[in-house]
Design a protein around this ligand. Structure first.
Ligand SMILES: [Zn+2]
Length: 217
């Protein structure tokens, strides 16, 4: 199962307002906060908050269930770069305030090869994960790309690696310097071993070793 299986669906009134906005050549990402888009923003936030069961798409921690302050609407491909995808349901999700502040406008799309067209921009929203550098919740299952244990994030794939870096998911360790208290070599060895294992029982055992190493601080 992918993380988000049901993209937001807009009402016909919302769709006509969106078409009107997009058709206006003066409309940019800076208009995202316009008053007349308030209802649409609320609709998007409510939908994804429910669809994601109140969990941030990038760090998997809780987003706020009432306030909009810790439940930001995320444009996976940044709205400042991809104006045409501002209302694209598969480009939207909700994330926590920290992920929002850290990720900001980072490019998440794979480069379009030069052979396609010089200076080409994407017009149609991609249909698969291959177009993204980031763990795209509409196309993949988080667990296939990132392992989280004891608040520590370990990549399983290049997309996982990119996401951990783009959102600085190991920010607690970084900010509070906890990593100084860990036995880095032992943890690193245990993690490498864990990632190589296929057998679920052996993986489970390796995971317990890592947890012990992390807890024994
Ligand atoms: Zn987050």
């Amino acid at each position: 199962m992918i993380d988000i299986s049901r993209p937001v669906v807009f009402t016909s009134e919302m769709r006509s307002l969106i078409s009107q906005k997009i058709a206006d050549p003066k409309f940019t990402h800076k208009n995202w906060g316009d008053d007349d888009l308030l209802e649409i923003r609320k609709h998007i936030r409510d939908h994804y908050r429910k669809e994601q069961i109140g969990i941030c798409a990038y760090c998997k921690k809780e987003v706020s269930l009432q306030s909009a302050l810790n439940c930001h609407i995320e444009h996976i491909a940044p709205k400042s770069i991809y104006r045409d995808f501002i209302f694209e349901p598969k480009n939207l999700c909700v994330i926590c305030a920290d992920c929002n502040e850290i990720k900001r406008e980072q490019e998440v799309m794979q480069d379009i090869p030069d052979t396609v067209k010089k200076g080409a921009t994407r017009k149609k929203y991609p249909r698969s994960k291959a177009a993204f550098k980031i763990v795209q919740p509409h196309f993949v299952k988080y667990e296939d790309h990132i392992d989280v244990f004891n608040g520590f994030y370990v990549d399983r794939t290049p997309e996982g690696h990119f996401t951990i870096g783009a959102c600085i998911l190991n920010r607690r360790l970084r900010n509070f310097g906890w990593e100084k208290a860990y036995d880095d070599a032992a943890i690193s060895e245990a993690m490498n071993k864990y990632l190589e294992l296929k057998d679920p029982l052996e993986r489970d055992r390796a995971l317990r070793v890592i947890k012990k190493l992390l807890i024994a601080v």
